[in-house]
Design a protein. Structure first.
Length: 496
């Protein structure tokens, strides 16, 4: 039967519950103002009531809450509680944004399984490969017309065609130095031992003929979780394998580490206790994630002491993964009232700060600003340059630099005419960007404490454009979100 997601479990974490009150904007603003004022009450019950009242408005009230925040002057406690509510709503919106799945419309008529996989790769734009003897599927025909999220469409094909996603989709050349020292053991990959392993490009989604029972699948938008249950042939211990996969569209997406198990109970509601996670299960080290090799798929196994035949099913299995992903073109830092911002700084969302050293209007009507960015932008060398604590510099591969460069005990310093990558934008009151006419000076220092860059930039207004208002820096921001899963009545094989 086509596996279906447990939407009610996912909804609590991922999708917004619309609870906004049916009020006019003015009435809603007044209610928010009243509740915000009560956040600073000396009575705990009044503060809690106000917090719950704000949370009941839902994430649709974010703009109103942000406006209300500006009205709080000296009440530190009220500000802290309001920031907590705002942060929760922002995380809800961010989680929804990240995990909204890609929808695909797949139409098949008398297609073989390999043809079906190739068509899904075409319509989704994702790298998907069939591996196996295609001749064995020559007489297997699939006819489908389905509109659904990507993972559910792939699962439907796998169910109908007798396929399964391969759990150990690894680069073909395990001797590639990018991947460190990889040890292959029975059942798959054990781990990478190199401490300086670089993140390799994620490989394709590989499906192969299914030889065992189809895993149960739970869908959480762009992330899916599979569960397989087996017994150790010798000890008869129960082995629960959880595998998470994320859509390839998520930039630098990674399922990080082991999932947190919230509940795993037998038919009588008793909690099952996993054995120590140092145990190696069927040749795969518990923990399963292979740094730099499989960032988009993570398999973890848990072992439970042999319960005998009395336990034939796991009544409930629930938990959550931590997924990290990079979002592009995100606001990293902003300095308002820029013409009066000389000497002022703004903290970056990734840490670090953006500082206006100086800004002036030139006789030609341009604006010349000297900007310092400390810890805001990524290392321009990526992982090609490593600076050791003792002052040594390790260079992997080729590093091309335009301008002057000094490599010494204090790290790497670069100077030259500069480039326009990762520079802040000057915008007017409407948000329109000024043109970057020139970068007359650009110095970057890379040390163990991070990347610092100071640049002098000449901005030119567009025809008819007003005065500049803000200096804004957009870039890549890494986010970590919790992705839940839940299964019910998962069968446990009988003793061998």
């Amino acid at each position: 039967m086509f596996a279906r997601s447990t939407l009610f479990a996912v909804g609590a974490f991922l999708f917004l519950t619309t609870l906004a009150l049916a009020q006019t904007p003015d009435a809603n603003d007044a209610r928010v103002a009243t509740l915000v004022k009560k956040l600073g009450s000396g009575l705990y019950q009044a503060r809690e009531s106000a917090r719950k009242g704000l949370e009941s408005l839902g994430a649709d009230s974010l703009d109103t809450l942000r406006k209300a925040r500006a009205s709080i002057d000296t009440d530190v406690e009220a500000l802290r509680r309001l920031d907590d509510v705002i942060s929760r709503f922002e995380l809800q919106l961010l989680t929804k944004q990240i995990l909204t799945p890609k929808k695909v419309h797949l139409v098949l008529k008398d297609a073989t399984p390999p043809q079906a996989i190739a068509e899904l790769a075409k319509v989704s734009g994702y790298p998907i490969q069939f591996q196996g003897d295609a001749t064995k599927f020559a007489n297997k025909k699939l006819t489908l017309d389905i509109k659904a999220p990507f993972w559910q469409v792939l699962d439907r094909i796998n169910q109908d065609a007798g396929l399964v996603e391969r759990a150990d989709s690894l680069p073909q050349d395990l001797g590639d130095p990018r991947f460190g020292n990889v040890r292959v053991m029975r059942g798959g990959i054990a781990r990478v031992y190199s401490p300086n392993t670089q993140v390799a490009p994620a490989g394709p989604i590989v499906v192969v003929p299914r030889t065992t029972e189809q895993p149960r699948v739970d869908f959480a938008g762009a992330v899916k979780t599979e569960v397989r249950v087996s017994r150790d042939p010798k000890s008869q211990d129960v082995i629960v394998e959880l595998t998470a996969g994320i859509e390839p569209r998520l930039v630098n997406g990674m399922v990080a580490g082991k999932p947190a198990l919230a509940k795993i109970a037998d038919g009588n509601g008793r909690t099952l206790e996993a054995m120590p996670d140092q145990a190696v299960v069927d040749g795969i080290t518990t923990g399963g994630l292979i740094p730099g090799v499989l960032p988009r798929r993570n398999s973890v196994q848990f072992r439970f002491k042999n319960p005998g035949d009395a336990l034939n099913a796991i009544k409930e299995l629930a938990g959550q993964w931590t997924v990290t992903v990079d979002l592009q073109n995100e606001l990293i830092a902003k300095l308002p009232n820029i013409l009066n911002a000389t000497g002022k700084s703004a903290s970056g969302s990734n840490g670090g700060d953006l500082t206006v050293v100086s800004i002036k209007k030139t006789p030609a009507g341009d604006f010349e600003a000297t900007i310092a960015m400390n810890g805001l932008t990524p290392n321009p060398f990526g992982n090609n340059v490593v600076i050791n604590g003792g002052g040594g510099v390790i260079i992997r591969g080729n590093v091309v630099i335009n301008g002057a460069i000094v490599i010494g005990p204090n790290g790497v310093q670069m100077g030259g005419s500069g480039n326009r990558k990762d520079l802040p934008d000057l915008v007017d009151a409407t948000g329109q960007k000024f043109q970057i006419l020139a970068v007359t000076a650009d110095n970057t220092s890379i040390s163990n404490t991070g990347v610092s860059r100071t640049a002098t930039i000449v901005y030119r207004p567009n025809p008819g454009q007003g005065e500049p208002r803000d200096l804004v820096l957009f870039g890549t921001r890494n986010h970590a979100i919790a992705v839940p899963f839940r299964f019910e009545n998962v069968a446990i094989p009988s003793k061998n």
